[in-house]
Write a protein that binds this ligand. Sequence first.
Ligand code: ARG
Length: 578
Amino acid sequence: MKEQISSLLKASIKALDVKAEIPAGLLNNLRVDRSKDKAHGDFATNIALVLSKPLHQSPRDLAAAIIAHLPACEQITQVEIAGPGFINFFVRKEDIAAQLMQMRADERLGVAPTAAPETIVVDYSAPNVAKEMAVHHIRSTVIGDSVVRVLEFLGHKVIRANHIGDWGTQFGMLIAYLERRENESGAGMDLSDFEAFYREAKSCYDSDAEFAERARRYVVMLQSGDKYCYQMWQKLVKLTMDQNQSIYRRLNVTLTEKDVCGESFYNPMLPGIVQDLAAKGLAVRDEGAMVVFLEEFKGKDGQPLPVIVQKKDGGYLYTTTDLACVKYRVQTLHATRLMYFIDSRQHQHLEAAWLIARKAGYADDSIKIEHEAFGMMLGKDGKPYKTRSGGTVKLRDLLDEAVARVDALLTTRGSSLEGEARQQVINNIAIGAVKYADLSKNRLTDYVFDWDLMLSFDGNTAPYLQYAYSRICSIFRKAALSCGPIVLTCEAENELAAKLTAFPEAVRQVADKAMPHLLCTYLYELAGIFMRFYEACPILKDGTPEEIAQSRLSLSDLTARVLKQGLSLLGINVMEQM
Ligand code: ARG
């Protein structure tokens, strides 16, 4: 309907007799919005306000002229001018009802597959080997995974890229320490506490000259392909990724072992990249290192920003890897959109790498490269989220705590669930709450991690939405009737109907902007509108005419399906009973 109204408006504006030129950009960005208040119609546009300046006309006069020139359309029952010059559209109720019936018959709930499928690389999660997953990895993992689900649902080809930190000079030290631990313990060892492992390795390196010497030798050996060092390195990668994989499973995140494509993968390509940048005159030797000077980024002193791509000692850097990575993703994977879910502190690094990649011709202007940045997770004190003793919060511990809290919560709420079923529900609520707390905020801002808020059954939370879903399921358990044709008979029904038809847009927005909170807000509003509808419009009450009860059951069923589908795109499960 939105598109339809928008083309009617364009036709009308074309037919207007105006002297001044209409800037093309204005018409391309013509906005038709859903009205918040149904008394003001179903849709509204501000186009008359936007055009009034270039056309030198008062907005209300212009609105009147646009309305006068609108081509006829039988689905629109009324058009009026509002306030300073808004145009409101009223859509025929039968058409909305028919649209809902179509949605009901459609497994995809009206969300059409995209007309222009792309190959999209989504770079997310990216933890580091032999390190605990830190908070920024949790955010990247959860937000990235929901965008991946949405993109795939829309029919794009998505390549998940888990760009793990699995290369660098620290591996000499880690291999030497793994070797020592294995010698001490005899056989296999438990590497469950990466923090301790890394700390101990570092302290051996700092205090034991012989150990440090061996560590340095191992780096060189690893880099020149020595078999023993390579195997030890592989062991470290596997130990880390096995543990992370179990966290992904627990979090209901779709990443698998196959999606790992870490820094080490690009390592063999790095000499070629530096050579190529030098041949293209982009990288020059400066104090022994190979450096690209970027005029576009001025440092503090007003000088072009120097970006080192190879150190004096021959070593490569994080940026060099990201250059190779762009080239590979575009030229070998043939992606046309690259999305990086990385914490906002890495913004300048990424922008610099991508600018070099563009200059070197690794990605032309048709390729979209996007930093889907996000802020930090803060504690209630407004400082970065840490354990009481100031350490990194282990994701495992965080999830364990969520489960314990939900367990207690169910007991307080007097839940009658037991055994396996209870465990399942606890898990769904706990994981859902933690993920949703992150997903529901605009990712660009920092957010405060607050157990009480995220586990509340009121407000914009996963438990609230899951509860709304299970409440609708309970209506169906009690109802003697089944769903029937939809007829809209009152305001509460109209409002619910209008919200339901907006689902496809909410999904598409997540794909366009990489912002899952837009879908969260939609679902939260939908659940609220449903609750109001359910209070105002009896379904199970005696005396409700059968066709009306059946229509309301259809509206309820559609709401439940939209909630379930929407939450599933966010990676969150629903339950029939909780
Ligand atoms: N491993 C990095 C970190 O822990 C994130 C990597 C992100 N991806 C990339 N292509 N740079 O911060």
